[in-house]
Design a protein around this ligand. Sequence first.
Ligand SMILES: N[C@@H](CCC[C@H](N)C(=O)O)C(=O)O
Length: 277
Amino acid sequence: MEFTKWQGCGNDFVLFDCRAQEPEDYAELSRKVCDRHYGIGADGILVVLPSDKADFRMRIFNTDGSEAEMCGNGIRCFARFLYDYKLTDKLEFTVETGAGILVPKIILADGKVTGVQVDMGEPHLLGEEIPVAGFDGKKVIAEPITVAGTTYAMTGVSMGNPHCVVFVDDAEKFPIEELGSQFEHHAMFPRKTNTEFVEVKDRSHVRMRVWERGAAITLACGTGSCATVVAGVLNDKTDRKAEVQLDGGKLIVEWAENNHVFMTGPAELVFTGEIAE
Ligand SMILES: N[C@@H](CCC[C@H](N)C(=O)O)C(=O)O
């Protein structure tokens, strides 16, 4: 199987074009390929498929083989693959994802791709939409969650996939390695969760570190950055447009007045190769 390896802010993916032929087991493929010692090494795999609803369909699988509804850094890489490898000549196209049909736009300067902006659609805020247990019909804003004996205030946001945003005093010092998995598997989250630990620098700059569902600590999370800015607005901590500083780079996120979230950032090819099935 031919593959291309991509990264967006250090969140890395192995991409397979499966329009003509699909592997038997995506979960198994993802676990094998993502392994950083015995495989290629990545935070997930991205799969290009045909769609009867949009120009293309994207599927994303985490390192543990679980399938996620959406991936923000992944969809920028996916879009750049489609454009660079001439699967489309459009600068703006539609992609069917588990979070609905989303619209990436290739950004050019002097004929060169400098990044990708994605209309990530509308955030979902009700308990049953995220999902957060016990919050049906209600938003989950600064609600208490107890992990390892300490109670934190968490805000729930779905960008198609579930996010729990926790504002902290010092993102660098927060013990993510120790506590991340306990947030992921907390009883409040029936489909588990991604958790963002966020330090507000000022109303338009935040520092965010992440523990991802199915992938543990990664250098960046695009949907998590979108959830962070939405949570920042809901908690009156940020403006609707902010720069999110991640371990592996930065993203610009805007929760526009039409309720859509726009994410802008890089997507870079790392290398290409072939694996024996
Ligand atoms: N890194 C991604 C999110 C990948 C999926 C996530 N781990 C989940 O299970 O929801 C991003 O950039 O959004």
